[in-house]
Unconditional design. Structure first.
Length: 227
């Protein structure tokens, strides 16, 4: 078990709704983390003001001011490492990160993706899921590796796709799942409950049912969430 809260840094590019969910969980002592900073590559990101109002240090690092991705990544590492975080959380951070960055934070770089990986990596996941005619769609929290959206899966949640549902409506329901599972995954890591064996993420030493959490509706009916 971790002694005391885990220091984390959150990276965002926009309004940061997943960041808000993690802030709420931390401030209400549902997860044992201390959010040391929120950093955005977009100086006008609405989430920066949200974090500031929550009393969290905020910083902007405009990627447009750098000649290439490696230079930006190096500067971002410098900002993050001032806080010496035990975990870096990507919460709607819309920049591809290079191999040196990913390797620098190997084992402590977490992301959430709006699809049931390995299905639909990349962008426009809701539109692609509807076009493919899937019965279920959802979200995945995973460790970040060199391959985009291909790291070991920590937890997933899903909703049943409704007949005639639009991509924006499906996105709203999936986002509700994201808010539930991301803070849960961060809390598990903060409590020292996660490990990896043969490419699989284990919770308390084994793969647990709650890592494949199924929520049948946006109101949370279906299987009961557990720790």
């Amino acid at each position: 078990m971790t002694i005391g809260p885990l220091d984390i840094v959150i990276l965002i590019s926009g309004r940061g709704s997943n960041m808000e969910a993690i802030i709420d969980a931390a401030h209400n002592h549902r997860i044992a983390v201390d959010i040391r900073a929120v950093i955005s590559n977009e100086p006008d990101a609405a989430g920066l003001e949200t974090a500031h109002q929550a009393g969290i240090d905020t910083q902007a690092l405009d990627h447009r001011l750098f000649d290439n991705r490696d230079a930006f990544d190096a500067a971002l590492i410098g900002l993050i490492d001032r806080h010496q975080p035990g975990l870096v959380v990507l919460a709607g951070f819309m920049r591809l990160l290079g191999k040196p960055f990913v390797q620098h934070y190997a084992g402590r770089l977490m992301n959430i993706h709006p699809a049931l990986l390995p299905a639909f990596p990349g962008l426009n996941t809701h539109e692609r899921a509807l076009a493919a005619g899937v019965a279920r769609h959802g979200a995945t929290v995973h460790w970040v590796t060199d391959d985009v959206d291909a790291g070991p899966i920590i937890i997933q949640a899903a909703v049943d796709v409704k007949t005639g549902e639009s991509a924006p409506d499906l996105a709203v329901r999936v986002l509700e799942l994201e808010h539930r599972i991301y803070s849960k995954a961060v809390g598990w890591f903060a409590d020292g409950r996660l490990s990896i064996e043969s490419g699989n993420v284990l919770l308390d030493g084994k793969q647990q049912p709650q890592q494949g959490l199924m929520i049948e509706g946006s109101s949370g009916d279906g299987k009961t969430e557990t720790d």
